[in-house]
Design a protein around this ligand. Structure first.
Ligand code: SAH
Length: 283
């Protein structure tokens, strides 16, 4: 039997020639081409619900869920993820516990799913890609302290908790913050702090952070994030690129001397980074 990995074209991480990035010197700002493959953490709610209705009749046995999760990790590996810590984390975090019970059968597909209040849980490949980028900062030391903007259902925070010493995660929608608290509690992960607030302001009390990761994209990178990034730290965030008229994944390093180096990676499509907080959905 031939090796499926050998048959499949390498999709991820995208090679520089596929995303139109010249290998640039540190500090140079590089652009993606308009035809760059777009990582879409979301997909239309209607798709997910149509699929859910198709599957609703059959509850999924635990053993199947574990096998689905292992398959998800295998696919991430075949697609090019080489970070064993990220793969190990994704192999243990039960993504199906973070989605609506009607969507459990789809929890390990490489797809985003609705989590309520118009928001979505990011695709597994996007979560893996962003955390791998976050970990591979210059100097390469383990992440002691990470700030996540956009807790959503809490899945990515749970994965982060397996690769970082302490995770502070902020959500601006009270309903989702409450839900993430409930969903994370049974996992008993040490070192996660959930904050209800406007992530554009970061979270001063636990700063500085070795890593900052955003699950929502704005037109700029808030100044607070750069202020709260430690020297030697890395920020990974979607941000709108006016030249491309789309969101791109931005990686920003704060070097030991405090200078900033930023690089643009592939095109992405995340939910918008909003300002302020909302009590909507508070239970
Ligand atoms: N990491 C999440 C993805 C959630 S989607 C997961 O694993 O499920 C992005 C989230 O960012 C949404 O819940 C949205 O409400 C939140 N968000 C948008 N703007 C924000 C802001 N300014 N501060 C905090 N959260 C924000």
């Amino acid at each position: 039997m031939s090796d499926p990995a050998a048959r499949k074209p390498r999709r991820w991480p995208l090679s520089l020639d596929r995303i139109g990035l010249p290998a640039s010197a540190p500090g140079e700002r590089t652009m993606t081409t308009a035809d760059a493959q777009t990582l879409r953490p979301q997909r239309p709610l209607s798709d997910a619900l149509r699929e859910a209705n198709r599957q609703r009749a059959a509850p999924v046995p635990q053993s199947d869920l574990q096998a689905f999760r292992q398959n998800m990790v295998l696919r991430l590996r075949q697609a090019g993820c080489q970070d064993e810590r990220v793969l190990a984390a994704m192999n243990v975090v039960p993504r199906h516990l973070f989605v609506d019970s009607a969507l459990v059968a789809q929890a390990y597909e490489d797809t985003s799913l609705p989590i309520g209040l118009g928001q979505t849980i990011s695709k597994p490949s996007v979560v893996a890609r962003m955390i791998e980028l976050l970990r591979h900062r210059p100097g390469g030391a383990d992440l002691a302290r990470v700030l996540e903007i956009g807790t959503g259902c809490g899945y990515q925070a749970a994965v982060l908790a397996h690769v970082a010493g302490r995770v502070v995660t902020i959500e601006r929608l009270r309903g989702l913050h409450d839900r993430a608290l409930r969903q994370l509690a049974p996992l008993q992960l040490p070192g996660i702090e959930l904050v209800y607030g406007d992530g554009r302001l970061g979270h001063g009390p636990a700063a500085p952070y070795d890593g900052i990761i955003a699950a929502a994209g704005g037109h700029d990178l808030p100044a607070a994030w750069l202020d709260q990034l430690a020297r030697g730290g890395r920020l990974v965030a979607p941000v709108h690129d006016p030249a491309l008229r789309s969101q791109v994944l931005m990686v920003v390093d704060k070097l030991g001397d405090g200078s900033i180096v930023q690089r643009i990676h592939e095109a992405v499509r995340f939910v918008p980074l909003e300002s302020g907080t909302s009590d909507f959905g508070h239970s």
